[in-house]
Design a protein around this ligand. Structure first.
Ligand SMILES: NC(=O)c1ccc[n+]([C@@H]2O[C@H](COP(=O)([O-])OP(=O)(O)OC[C@H]3O[C@@H](n4cnc5c(N)ncnc54)[C@H](OP(=O)(O)O)[C@@H]3O)[C@@H](O)[C@H]2O)c1
Length: 297
């Protein structure tokens, strides 16, 4: 299927793909990154889509080994595409992008598995793409949200998207991680991994859940079995890129319906010529909110 891309978006994985083969995302160059795309079908041999249909494509091999949404045209299998829901614009779809899909999948997974609504839910990497959408959605769903951030300049941003309390990363990590700490959180969406995830796990209330999707703070996880065997805590892995298209469609239904949040103020729109600067920001851990790439500008 061939799609004329209207918008793409910038995710951490795109920044890695744009950094060359050592980052481990893309092997063969020259290459066109972009794990997200929304646009109109211009050629299709699939029964599911007609010419002119608006579709969203996220993940699978797109932007890793198949040319992605930073290009104005993509050529992908039809079963990688979801129909753009009626009550979601193309721009709104890319305000979410893979980051939003991942945030929603993470939240759905912890809620389905068990959280304590009377206690706050913790979100790490809270100003980043996945983290900021997670804060937004959890707030919309009525949870108290505690946001961990490395930035001491973004309190206002975090409050504006629904954080009830802001924890500076250095303060959160100040005391050594204990096998079991005070169980004050009713669940968590971790987007960073490493020592921060280990500390989060030690603070989760009995029978509650933590999702893990990222590794910007490290890929190693040094924890003990105590939170799992003495509190029944669950650690749930998220791999949104490779999820079945039916699962992605169910998440897009939530994001365009009951869970819809307005990300217009936490998303900036750029043209492709400005993407280099934004890639530097994301690699330095400095990105705030989402970056949408508009084609044809
Ligand atoms: N498994 C999946 O399906 C999936 C899907 C999408 C993304 N991801 C992963 O999720 C992570 C976040 O992606 P993203 O697109 O949201 O990236 P992003 O926009 O760059 O956000 C990452 C945020 O993490 C925090 N951070 C950065 N460096 C850090 C460090 N050294 N230690 C602790 N925190 C740090 C920063 O937020 P603060 O300053 O607010 O702390 C940063 O804004 C990445 O690892 C990405 O690969 C996984």
């Amino acid at each position: 299927m061939i799609i004329d891309v209207e918008y793409s978006s910038l995710n951490y994985k795109d920044a890695l793909s744009a950094s060359g083969p050592k980052s481990g995302v893309t092997r063969n160059y020259p290459f066109v990154p972009g794990i997200d795309a929304v646009g109109k079908v211009s050629q299709s041999s699939s029964d599911r889509f007609n010419i002119g249909d608006e579709v969203i494509v996220t993940g699978y091999s797109m932007g890793m080994s198949v040319y992605g949404g930073f290009g104005a045209v993509i050529h992908v299998p039809a079963n990688w595409a979801a129909k753009l829901p009626a009550n979601l614009s193309a721009k709104e779809a890319m305000n979410y992008g893979t980051a939003g899909l991942t945030a929603a999948a993470s939240i759905k997974k912890i809620i389905d598995n068990g959280v304590d609504k009377d206690k706050p839910i913790l979100v790490s990497g809270a100003t980043g793409g996945v983290g900021s959408v997670a804060v937004n959605i959890l707030n919309k769903l009525g949870y108290k949200v505690h946001a961990i951030t490395g930035k001491n300049t973004e309190d206002q941003f975090l409050k504006s998207i629904g954080a009830d309390s802001i924890l500076l990363r250095s303060e959160f990590m100040e005391n050594p991680t204990r096998p079991l700490d005070k169980a004050i959180y009713g669940g968590a969406v971790d987007t960073v991994g490493g020592d921060i995830l280990a500390k989060i796990i030690s603070m989760i209330a009995p029978k509650c859940s933590v999702s893990a999707c990222g590794n910007v703070a490290g890929m190693e996880l040094n924890t003990t079995v105590f939170p799992f065997i003495l509190r029944g805590v669950s650690l749930l892995g998220i791999d949104s890129a490779e999820s079945a298209i039916e699962f992605k469609e169910s998440i897009w239904d939530l994001l365009s319906g009951k869970w819809k949040v307005d990300l217009e103020n936490s998303s900036k729109t750029i043209s492709l010529s400005d993407v280099g600067e934004e890639i530097k920001r994301i690699l330095n851990g400095e990105q705030v909110g989402r970056v949408v790439i508009k084609h044809g500008e």
